[in-house]
Write a protein that binds this ligand. Structure first.
Ligand SMILES: NC(=O)C1=CN([C@@H]2O[C@H](COP(=O)(O)OP(=O)(O)OC[C@H]3O[C@@H](n4cnc5c(N)ncnc54)[C@H](O)[C@@H]3O)[C@@H](O)[C@H]2O)C=CC1
Ligand SMILES: O=C([O-])CC(=O)C(=O)O
Length: 345
């Protein structure tokens, strides 16, 4: 019996993500929360002949807290794609002003109603919204760093797709063979494509220009979609796929299935809360505490992480990318932490 709650379920990501969750036979209850149209989406999905019972929760007005509380009661996993997406010309950081308070308030409700749930944050800027969530959970005394995940899977999905085209392999075959670490925006995204000898041999055939273009495309893949959608939003379908891929990892771990032997999917996490995480942060990350690393899951939470610098092959070029990433990350993390410090919960 697993209950999953999606906050922002009626949005561009929320709808296809909820569809994919409805198809998962492990999900017994799917609670859809949104400030608009959650009931409509729930009614629609509820006709699909899979076991999950789908319910929609929508507040009657701004003061109404019943809907969010009911959607969260007894939930095992909360996935959050609530908030505004980018328009052309905006960076993810430009979303902070609106999305920071949305995440703060949703996570405060989770802390009070479902403190043991695993939380997956999709809303941007992920580099700041995850620190916001962590600070809220800390302030309310229920922070479990093993259960807070920033969803960066779309960066891996893009890296697998774009690299496959360059080295002539099937994109699917690259899952678990390469890795993406760091954060989730522009130059904080660091693809590690030499992690396994088999792929590193093929990568060695790429020219410097091909390599640089590949890195840039993964780092700015989000902009490619924002531009193509031309004012209508950002990635939704590929994100729903990526979010589901990570959620499925969590669901599988809840069902007792072990993370497979290849490199597991990364997530943006609070390292000092994980065994060996503070050492990783101090030794390799200049004290930056939030970072996306491959995570091994067990029972719906993080069991351990793969230290990329000790267990995966990180080249000199990739080390330089990490240095650049740390700069941007520390600013975004500080901004998120300061926001919650100044907030009344
Ligand atoms: N982590 C990642 O890799 C990615 C993150 N994103 C981010 O995901 C977020 C959502 O994107 P879209 O689904 O395209 O946007 P959207 O505008 O289509 O949907 C957002 C939904 O959130 C709802 N919402 C707003 N405030 C809410 C609240 N307080 N509680 C519950 N629901 C609320 C809206 O009513 C709407 O249905 C954006 O911040 C976007 O930047 C998008 C793509 C990739
Ligand atoms: O680019 C955006 O704003 C949405 C996003 O995070 C992505 O597509 O990676």
């Amino acid at each position: 019996m697993v209950k999953v709650t999606v906050c922002g379920a009626a949005g561009g990501i929320g709808q296809p993500l909820s569809l994919l969750l409805k198809l998962n036979p492990q999900v017994s209850e799917l609670a859809l929360f949104d400030i608009v149209n959650a009931k409509g989406v729930a009614a629609d999905l509820s006709h699909i002949n899979t076991p999950a019972i789908v319910t929609g929760y929508q507040p009657a007005n701004k003061e109404d807290k019943t809907a969010i509380v009911e959607s969260l009661k007894g939930t095992d996993l909360v996935i959050i794609p609530a908030g505004v997406p980018r328009k052309p010309g905006m960076t993810r950081a430009d979303l902070f002003n609106i999305n920071a308070s949305i995440i703060r308030d949703l996570v405060a409700n989770i802390a009070r109603t479902a403190p043991n749930a695993a939380i997956l944050i999709i809303s941007n800027p992920v580099n700041s919204t995850v620190p916001i969530a962590a600070e809220v959970l800390k302030k309310l005394g229920v922070f479990n760093p093993k259960k807070l995940f920033g969803v960066t899977t779309l960066d891996s999905v893009r890296a697998e797709t774009f690299l496959a085209g360059l080295i002539n392999v099937s994109p699917t075959s690259l899952q678990g063979k390469i890795s993406v670490i760091g954060g989730h925006s522009g130059d904080t995204i660091v693809p590690l494509i030499n992690a396994t000898p088999e792929i590193a041999r093929k990568v060695a055939t790429l020219s410097t220009d091909q390599y640089n273009k590949f890195i840039n495309r993964v780092q700015y893949g989000g902009d490619e979609v924002v531009k193509a959608k031309n004012g209508v939003g950002s990635a939704t379908l590929s994100m729903a796929y990526a979010g589901y891929r990570f959620a499925e990892n969590v669901l599988n771990s809840l069902a007792g299935k072990e993370t497979s032997g290849s490199i597991p999917d990364s997530s943006y996490v609070y390292l000092p809360g994980l065994p060996g995480g503070k050492e990783l942060s101090t030794k390799y990350l200049n004290g930056v505490d939030f970072f996306s690393v491959p995570v091994v899951l067990e029972g719906g939470q993080i069991k351990s992480f793969v230290n990329p610098f000790e267990l995966l092959k990180v080249t000199n070029d990739e080390t330089k990318l990490v240095k650049v990433a740390l700069d941007g990350l520390s600013k975004s993390i500080d901004q998120g932490v300061a926001f919650v410090t100044a907030s009344k919960l």
